[in-house]
Write a protein that binds this ligand. Structure first.
Ligand code: NDP
Length: 475
């Protein structure tokens, strides 16, 4: 019922122009009530084309040795029809459905029923029950942080099978890659649709629902902020981390196993991709508690963008380099391999150090040292939807004094390294850096828009103190 009231309120707000004072805009933070035509057009484009883009990339590897232009050329010259390509595409199989169901069920069990024990013996690791950030409705959710444990258990079992039990081949993921794509799509659409229905009829927290009145926007960007089933099954934390990011390293391992099977060796480029992306994934789980304070959890609502994106887009497109290397086993010269490794490690260092600086600063409320000095910051305030005033700080020291999102810059350098590991013969492995550049630039703008409405004039003071977004002196 409360959700219906929120929806009604949203419609009233749509018709009643909001006052133009800072206070009103600050109370609205995290709630984009108006959907402009550009957002709507982008959303319709993505809803229609994102599944096709994923299919096109995976099909190109399966049927055209990862060439993105050959399928188009075949279609445009009439050499092939869409139906020829479609008919050659593997269909959904019982085997893939079984593998996928077992995989997701296993991850649910690890997430819901195995409380974290890693924090009890790993020094410096923050796991177990942790609190998220304050939501726009003023709620603070609790989370069971056990992703590192789930990742370790899953990978120990994977290696135990590969080297000892031999229940299934380590190439199982590659061998069923397209049938598994259909399963991932089914889950992605099912969970997004369920989240939408849940937002209307039985939301976890009605005050944190966002109804724009536009069906497509609500479906894509989500209604509920933190949908949950029961006390602990949090949709955002589970779907982003588990079927998606735990799978990432397993998928890469399966590609490496396929190279070994096909060519009798694993190339240094495949090892580089496995190692660099492995570091990124382990970092994610090591810092899962920190992740509670990132935009995905703190600001995004749970809709198709996160639900389908985590099930399909992430595991299929973030792993394109490894897939490409199965078809094109690139062996890099020593200098190139070292160059790629260094770029990847420097990118990772910047990414981690920048994120760590903010985390430390926020956790200690500024009572810490950044690069050996007391951090400088700008005091700011904001209001939750019930009018309660909160205080916060925006740091202007360390990497946060160089640019407003230097963590994204590090992420981009690391992403470039994965792509460079694949050489220059095809564009397909470079999709990742192109996509990440668009994603993170857009994210930067989106986040700043939100921060500006959250902090008002305090945000303006901050942007005056730190004028660049990603690259000091350039952008
Ligand atoms: P950030 O970790 O940069 O978080 C942005 C938030 O931090 C802002 O909304 C604001 O939140 C707070 N903030 C901004 N400036 C300051 C400051 N100067 N001092 C203190 N707090 C500040 O962004 P993300 O959550 O997007 O990214 C987290 C990491 O995840 C990044 O390193 C990014 O590269 C990575 N990432 C990777 C993706 C991938 O697909 N591989 C996708 C997205 C992100 P508040 O309201 O609390 O003030």
């Amino acid at each position: 019922m409360a959700a219906h009231q929120e929806k009604k309120l949203a419609q009233e707000r749509k018709h009643k122009p909001t006052q133009n004072d800072t206070q009103t805009s600050q109370v609205q933070w995290g709630r984009a009530w108006e959907v402009d035509w550009f957002s709507l057009a982008s959303i319709l484009f993505l809803l229609l084309f994102a599944p096709l883009i994923v299919y096109y990339f995976i099909m190109s590897c399966d049927q055209y040795q990862c060439s993105l232009t050959d399928p188009l050329r075949d279609l445009l010259t009439g050499n092939k029809h869409l139906s020829d390509i479609w008919n050659k595409t593997p269909t959904l199989t019982y085997r893939a459905a079984g593998i996928y169901s077992l995989w997701v069920a296993f991850q649910v069990v690890l997430y819901v029923f195995v409380p974290d024990f890693c924090h009890k013996f790993l020094p410096g690791y923050v796991g177990g029950v942790q609190e998220g950030a304050v939501t726009p409705a003023g709620v603070v959710n609790k989370y069971e942080i056990n992703g590192l444990q789930a990742w370790i258990i899953t990978h120990v079992l994977w290696f135990a099978n590969a080297y000892y039990f031999h229940f299934f081949s380590p190439t199982i993921i590659f061998d069923n890659w397209i049938p598994l794509l259909w399963c991932a799509n089914i889950l992605g659409y099912a969970v997004s649709t369920f989240a939408m229905i849940k937002g209307y009829f039985f939301p976890t927290n009605a005050k944190d629902c966002k109804f724009t009145g536009n069906f497509f926007y609500d479906y894509m960007m989500g209604i509920e902020f933190n949908p949950r089933i029961g006390r602990w099954f949090d949709f955002k934390l589970f779907f982003n981390g588990r079927p998606g990011i735990v799978a990432w390293t397993l998928i890469n391992l399966s590609y490496a196993a396929k190279q070994q099977e096909l060519y009798g060796q694993v190339t240094n480029s495949m090892i580089l991709v496995n190692v660099l992306q492995g570091i990124y994934v382990v970092d994610f789980f090591w810092n899962e508690a920190w992740y509670l304070k990132t935009i995905d959890i703190c600001h995004d609502h749970f809709g198709w963008y996160l639900g389908w994106g985590d099930c399909v887009w992430l595991p299929y497109l973030y792993t394109l380099q490894g897939l490409y290397l199965v078809y094109h086993p690139v062996q890099l010269g020593t200098a190139n391999a070292v160059g790629v490794l260094m770029l990847g490690l420097i990118g990772y260092y910047i990414f981690r150090a920048t994120n760590h600086q903010k985390d430390l600063f926020r956790r200690t409320d500024g009572h810490c040292r950044i690069w050996g000095k007391k951090p400088e910051y700008i005091e700011c305030s904001y209001m939750s939807v019930d009018g309660t005033k909160y205080y916060s700080k925006l740091m202007t020291s360390g990497f946060w004094g160089w640019a407003r999102h230097f963590n994204y810059t590090g992420d981009l350098l690391g992403s470039l390294a994965y792509c460079l590991a694949c050489g220059f013969a095809h564009i397909l492995p470079y999709f990742y850096i192109i996509y990440m550049t668009i994603l993170l630039t857009h994210r930067c703008v989106r986040d700043e828009h939100r921060c500006s409405s959250k902090y008002g004039k305090d945000w303006t003071r901050y942007t005056a103190a730190v004028p660049y977004r990603l690259i000091p002196g350039v952008f």
